[in-house]
Write a protein that binds this ligand. Structure first.
Ligand SMILES: Nc1ncnc2c1ncn2[C@@H]1O[C@H](COP(=O)(O)OP(=O)(O)O)[C@@H](O)[C@H]1O
Ligand SMILES: [Mg+2]
Length: 207
């Protein structure tokens, strides 16, 4: 983990009981990997400082996506409970002295799971990450305002594509199904996300 990124994250803790750092970027850009690495580096230096709270926990459940007719677009901005995510971020900011519980995304169920992540009262830094933190419309525009900083993760396009196919295959898709999903779902989302780069506080080259 680059020292300058760890130092920049730690710097956010200088003037407040709790800080919120957002990481965004296109699918497969390395957001989750960076969040996990930053949290591990900060906690190695000072245990209990940082917690990873991914936006992934705000995926709508399949039964709601079916009711909305959006299951074939799972991963698009409208397939998340963005307003619920906004309320969680506001709660994390307003109640640093209480434990707060966040939903996670269960990779076996492929469904959100309430109460999966505990942010204890002592946690000074919350690192959250997702595709849509810098979109210009509500609720995302309000989400952006809750973060101290939002960093945009950027990977080499060819390496990112290879890693993205590999990730879908690891989670059970055949390679040709993975490529079809990327072309029809991930890449249209990616174009939307790429257009938000200019709003970031920092651009991080991931891999
Ligand atoms: N710094 C890195 N170096 C090499 N590979 C990486 C790095 N960061 C991410 N990857 C690979 O890229 C893929 C996507 O990374 P991930 O963190 O899941 O991206 P995102 O959360 O933005 O979708 C993963 O399979 C991971 O192995
Ligand atoms: Mg991720």
């Amino acid at each position: 983990m680059p020292d300058d990124l760890v130092a920049a994250a730690r710097h956010l803790l200088d003037d407040a009981p709790r800080a919120l750092l957002g990481l965004t970027g296109v699918p497969g850009a390395g957001k989750t990997t960076l969040a996990v690495g930053l949290v591990a580096a900060l906690n190695a230096a000072s245990p209990g400082t940082a917690v990873h709270v991914p936006m992934d926990g705000y995926h709508l459940a399949d039964r709601v996506l079916e009711a909305h007719g959006t299951r074939d677009r799972k991963g698009a901005a409208e397939t998340f409970d963005g307003w619920g995510y906004l309320e969680l971020l506001r709660l994390l900011r307003s109640r640093p002295d209480h434990a707060v519980f966040a939903p996670g995304f269960d990779r076996d169920l492929e469904q959100p799971l309430a109460g999966s992540i505990e942010v204890p009262s002592g946690a000074r830094l919350v690192v959250s990450e997702g595709n849509y933190l810098l979109l210009g419309h509500e609720p995302w525009s309000l989400v952006r305002d809750v973060f101290d900083e939002v960093w945009f993760c950027e990977a080499d396009p060819d390496r990112r594509m290879t890693a993205l196919v590999q990730r879908h295959v690891t989670f059970g898709k055949a390679p040709e199904v993975a490529r079809e999903w990327i072309a029809s779902v991930d890449e249209p989302n990616a174009a939307l996300v790429a257009a938000t780069r200019g709003r970031a506080d920092r651009v991080v080259t991931t891999f």
